[in-house]
Design a protein around this ligand. Structure first.
Ligand SMILES: *Cc1c(COP(=O)(O)O)cnc(C)c1O
Length: 420
């Protein structure tokens, strides 16, 4: 234990320092590549934890941040506003599913989801109706704060904190062929509930488990029938990951509340937003202070972050990003073909720009250590991949080339030879 004293004082997230005391030092990012202090390059096949959309250091986003940093770095957002926040809100509302009307800023995906949960509870409370239950899905992930852990799947990752977590009603993940079960359970739980919180089309951290737009539409319809608010957590799926700008588009669904983060700034700087429909805002709009939405963080709507997000939306609106996304979807599908026929893998799947496959393992006891071992193996091959247990997934920035993508899949094939 004490030898740790000589190493870096930095404590890293989801990192067992007792097993991996040294973290590679990254000094530069460009396009789909990261450059290390020792000169090595790593192909960033997971978009630096699902945030980088166009590529590292997009010049338009960098320039916007530089300019804003020199003009106004930060200002209190309670009772004040500023041009980047106003401009961004208008641009956002012009591209999200129709019907959303207000934008509440925060700093991370977890916070954006918590804000969504608080909006839902405030909505019912301010209307004098006692609906407080939250419905969530098995295998869900919504963040690592106490509130979002409560709604997320329970397991070793949050076992120690279980005494702090609140109860939610659970619906099963809609496995292929079992969708009816999920919808029936939702029909049961949604009655009288405050909100249903889901990840639309793909449960990310829960293992890149995918389900169809028809199920999403079915869940939205059930919520509408019971007057239950639908919170669609698009923190990961937003900004093109599922092949459309937002996953909800594929089901023709406008959620009541929609948290965004990760790709909002193109992945350049932390910023989150929770968008909502008019009636959520209206329930908090009153001459009485008691109906106020009581939430804030120091850096709410930081001007530099808003300028970055605004520049990101300019990239989406002014450059052929969706075409690039469609091209990536096709390249991803082409690469999967060989793996669909490979007996060492199962559940080979794709949702938009994201692919995933499960490496079959003989000894299930091996599962606990397989993820980190695979990660180290890929690193040695010059690829940044971070499998979830035996689930290897590829979630690259949209600028990745066909040749670069081929390198990623060649490394996965190598991994199967070594670990499969
Ligand atoms: C990553 C993620 C979050 C949490 O976002 P942070 O910015 O890491 O707090 C919430 N929901 C989903 C679906 C995510 O993938």
């Amino acid at each position: 234990m004490s030898e740790a004293v000589n190493i870096s004082p930095v404590w890293h997230p989801f990192t067992q320092h007792g097993l991996t005391p040294h973290s590679p030092v990254v000094v530069r990012g460009q396009g789909a590549w990261l450059e290390l202090e020792n000169g090595d390059r790593l192909l960033d096949a997971i978009s630096s934890w699902w945030v980088i959309t166009h590529g590292h250091c997009h010049p338009r986003i960098v320039a916007a941040m530089q300019e804003q940093a020199a003009r106004l770095d930060q200002v209190i957002f309670a009772g004040f506003t500023h041009p980047p926040a106003e401009e961004l809100a208008r641009k956002l509302l012009s591209i999200v599913p129709h019907g959303l009307s207000h934008v509440f800023y925060s700093d991370s995906g977890s916070t954006a989801v918590e804000v969504g949960l608080k909006m839902a509870l405030g909505y019912w409370k301010n209307r004098g109706i006692n609906r407080t239950r939250i419905v969530a899905m098995h295998h869900a992930y919504h963040g690592d704060t106490v509130g979002t852990m409560s709604a997320g799947a329970r397991g070793v990752f949050n076992d120690a904190y279980a005494p702090l977590l609140f109860d939610v009603a659970r619906i099963p993940f809609p496995e292929a062929g079992q969708e009816r079960r999920t919808l029936d359970m939702l029909d049961h739980h949604a009655k009288g509930a405050a909100a249903l919180l889901i990840e639309p089309l793909i449960c990310g951290s829960g293992g890149m488990k995918i389900y169809g737009p028809d199920v999403l539409k079915g869940m939205a319809d059930i919520c509408a029938r019971h007057g239950t608010l639908l919170i669609a957590d698009e923190v990961m799926t937003g900004f093109g990951r599922t092949g459309t700008l937002f996953a909800c588009e594929q089901a023709g669904v406008t959620p009541d509340i929609m948290p965004l983060a990760k790709g909002l700034t193109g992945g350049s700087i932390p910023l989150a937003a929770t968008l909502c429909k008019p009636d959520i805002f209206a329930a908090h709009y009153s001459p009485h202070r008691i109906h106020t939405f009581f939430h804030s963080s120091s850096f709410t709507a930081n001007p530099i972050a808003c300028a970055a997000a605004s520049a990101n939306l300019d990239v989406w609106l002014g450059e052929p990003v969706l075409e690039q996304v469609n091209g990536l979807c096709a390249m991803q599908e082409a690469n999967l073909e060989a793996f669909r026929a490979d007996p060492r893998f199962e559940n080979v799947r794709r949702m938009g720009t994201i692919t995933a496959m499960d490496l079959k393992v003989e000894d299930p006891g091996y599962l606990a250590t397989l993820g980190p071992e695979l990660t180290a193996f890929f690193h040695a091959q010059g690829i940044l991949l971070r499998p979830l247990g035996n689930t290897i997934y590829v979630m690259p920035p949209y600028c990745i080339s066909a040749g670069e993508l081929a390198m990623v899949y060649a490394a996965i094939k190598e991994a199967a030879a070594q670990f499969g």
